[in-house]
Design a binder for this molecule. Sequence first.
Ligand code: PGA
Length: 225
Amino acid sequence: MKYFIANWKAHKTIFQAVDWMQQFTKALYSSPALEALKANEFTIIICPPFPFISDLKNNTLKIPNLFIGAQDVSMFHEGSHTGEVTASSLNGLVEYVIVGHSERRADCNEDELIIASKVEQLQQNKLKPIQCIRGGQDTICALAALVAFEPVDAIGTGKNMNVAQVVEMKKKCALQPGQSFIYGGSVTPEDCREYLESPEIEGFLVGTASLDPHEFLNIIQTAVR
Ligand code: PGA
């Protein structure tokens, strides 16, 4: 299985988001990637800002292995927590949720304890965590379904880490059975091929290059054999 995850971060209006999804699904229908989705070889997860989730979900229903994800979740259980988006409120809307992105660690002071609480909330609500790690300093939660290695220097800079270094990091990770290891950090259609050639790297978390539906699809199509 190869995973292709789009992390839109705080980009797009609702109109741009719906337009993206319409363009993407239209192009996907005539793409060789569709067969790989049907054959359970690829999984695509689109993670828009929270307010767009419902509208986008309606556009994905007919495509197998195309999911909507969330970029974050509350560490709290449902209750009196104004402004929080709980795992129970995401249940039924998304299947996957990103936690521990380095931007949240930096912008919102998220630490290991908070990230572990979020993963626990997801597990209780049967949602699959995509846990981001910056490197060996971050603890991997046993309950994470996917582990996304995203070296901070590689995010949004065009300075993606080379494949050998990514594979080296994976070896140090002591992943649990069933945990998938993916890479994120300046992945583009031009440079994704070398990662795809390594069986150790099971996909990508894509930021900038996922903002354009055709660029994101180009990355996915590169993986078609
Ligand atoms: P980037 O972002 O592809 O723009 O480097 C990746 C991420 O932060 O998830």
